[in-house]
Design a protein around this ligand. Structure first.
Ligand code: RP5
Length: 160
């Protein structure tokens, strides 16, 4: 069963959100990716949020840019943990997206990542970490991924 959904406000968000998908692929975590816009497809958003828990989702990664209402609106419709990714915008460099996602009112949390590609990759890791709590094999793969990253960091800077 697919336990992670990656949703985004627009096709234009996919190059960023693919970073989350790549991490989940690397860790062997199945996911579904869908375009669900808070403004352009509000009915799709409502239906997705309403059905998320019954569909068996354990984490939702939601990325949007600008007036980035998608993560917060999904969080208002489901208790499934929502991980928000502020997509970097041209006009305001993603600060608009960050503020739109991070300032949720008490009661409806969104776990907000950094702006852009790093935030999307970390969203994938966060979703994997949530699933790893109940999946020892995934926990081992995530531990190995972290150890590999650590081992890849040189101790001495290079001029090359
Ligand atoms: C938001 O508006 C989307 O999440 C996207 O980041 C931004 C721009 O969308 P497009 O005009 O590129 O479709 O809803």
């Amino acid at each position: 069963m697919v336990q992670v959904a990656i949703i985004m406000g627009s096709q234009s968000d996919w190059p960023t959100m693919r970073e989350a998908a790549d991490i989940l692929d690397a860790l062997g975590v199945a996911y579904e990716a869908r375009i669900v816009s808070a403004h352009r497809t509000p009915d799709r958003l409502w239906d997705f949020g309403k059905g998320a828990a019954d569909a068996g989702l354990k984490a939702i990664i939601a990325g949007a840019g600008g007036a980035a209402h998608l993560p917060g609106m999904v969080a208002s419709k489901t208790r499934v943990p929502v991980i928000g990714v502020p997509v970097q915008t041209k006009a305001l460099s993603g600060v608009d997206s960050l503020y739109s996602i991070v300032q949720m009112p008490k009661g409806y949390p969104v776990a907000t990542m950094a702006i852009g590609a790093a935030g999307a990759a970390n969203a994938g890791l966060m979703a994997a970490a949530i699933l790893a709590n109940g999946d020892p094999a995934l926990a081992a793969r995530l531990d190995q991924w972290r150890a590999d990253l650590s081992a890849s960091i040189p101790e001495v800077p290079s001029d090359d």
